[in-house]
Design a protein around this ligand. Structure first.
Ligand code: ZN
Ligand code: ZN
Ligand code: ZN
Length: 366
């Protein structure tokens, strides 16, 4: 497996900063910090901040008690540690030497950003995604490998979920089982388990709850987590008991064909919105256009949702190395919902590769 080359990414980010008139990136815990250093840390009241100057100099400002962790995870980045009574904001300010704007990570807490503005008030503040978005959209080989591995793990978890007993149990119980399966198949963290039975399936982001699952229910399963920081995200719709109703079969078939149309449209040089449109046309043709109430997909990587978004109005051109979900759905209020979601990526030959390969058919479960 190729290794993540954080140093090369910092060189590219610094060059972009220079071109954009940005003196330095100031990155608090979050995906940009991880992307450029390898360091992953929870956000807390103690400031952690990667200062990446536009000459390429990187310094990780860390609380003293977390310095060993930073040294372990980002050994090639210089550290400036601060003790419990020191002023970390002054420390960050002292590391900003070039002229120009400052770009803070989109996920930086307001309490940090406002204090940095206090210390560096003469500077223009911008968001770091102006610099990092284009870099992170085009995944490098190590990232694509990480996405392949975590998606395959999610596939295996789904296959095992088909053996669960659904009838008579609650959404919450199935959700707990899905979480355990994700961990068992190699996820470090479970990020979400949406289990939406019957009428709950008509809410795309249903809050998994205490609804009892019955024979005859259609159940939307949308779940994912991370491994080595990279996310999985898969949705399949199952039916509890044999003989699904005629309309469920028809709706599921329309969603499946919409996803195939999305795959066919997703190629190098196509716009993000054209992929959404291709899938949407199939659902409209089937008579359910008004019930497909969300965009077709989102990018995925260190964040579960990131650029590029497959949505009407987005003229972003798709390129090799981009990874995104293709997740059409039909939601019939008060009745049921169907969604099918894969993560896919564009290969060097311009074609679209599905990273979730497990069967898309309406599975019959007990
Ligand atoms: Zn979603
Ligand atoms: Zn999902
Ligand atoms: Zn998704």
């Amino acid at each position: 497996m190729p290794k993540m080359d954080h140093a090369a990414r910092r060189v590219r980010a610094a060059a972009r900063s220079r071109a954009a008139g940005v003196a330095a990136l100031l990155l608090a815990p979050g995906s940009d910090l991880t992307y450029l250093s390898g360091y992953r840390i929870f956000s807390s009241e103690r400031l952690t901040c990667l200062v990446l100057a536009n000459d390429g100099t990187a310094t990780l400002v860390v609380p003293e008690l977390e310095a060993p962790r930073a040294a372990d995870r980002a050994p090639d980045v210089a550290r400036a540690t601060w003790g419990e009574t020191a002023d970390p904001y002054a420390l960050v300010a002292s590391l900003v030497r070039e002229a120009g704007a400052l770009a803070v990570s989109d996920q930086m807490w307001a309490s940090f950003a406002l204090r940095l503005q206090d210390k560096l008030g003469d500077r223009e503040f911008r968001v770091a995604s102006e610099i990092t978005r284009d870099l992170r959209m085009r995944k490098d080989p190590a990232e694509l490998d990480a996405l392949r591995v975590v998606s395959a793990a999610a596939d295996r978890a789904y296959v095992r979920a088909l053996d669960l007993e659904f009838a008579g149990r609650t959404e919450r119980e199935i959700g707990a089982d899905l979480a355990a399966l994700l961990r068992d198949e190699g996820h470090d963290e479970v990020m979400f388990t949406i289990v939406a039975a019957g009428e709950d399936g008509a809410s795309p982001h249903h809050q998994t709850g205490d609804r009892k699952i019955n024979r005859g229910d259609t159940v939307v399963l949308d779940f994912g987590g991370t491994r080595d920081g990279y996310g999985s995200d898969i949705t399949r719709t199952v039916h509890v008991g044999d003989r699904p109703g005629e309309e469920i079969v028809r709706v599921h078939d329309a969603v499946r064909r919409a996803q195939e149309a999305g795959y066919a449209a997703a190629r190098t040089g196509a716009t993000a919105q054209s992929v959404d449109a291709a899938a949407r046309a199939v659902i409209a043709e089937a008579g359910y256009g008004e019930f497909f109430i969300h965009r077709l997909g989102h990018g995925i990587g260190l964040d579960g949702h990131e650029h590029p978004y497959l949505v009407s109005g987005n003229e972003q051109l798709l390129e090799p190395g981009m990874a995104f979900s293709i997740e059409p759905g039909i939601y019939l209020p008060g009745r049921f919902g169907v969604r099918i979601e894969d993560i896919a990526m564009l290969g060097d030959d311009g074609s679209c590769e599905g990273l979730n390969r497990v069967d898309h058919a309406l599975a019959i479960v007990r």
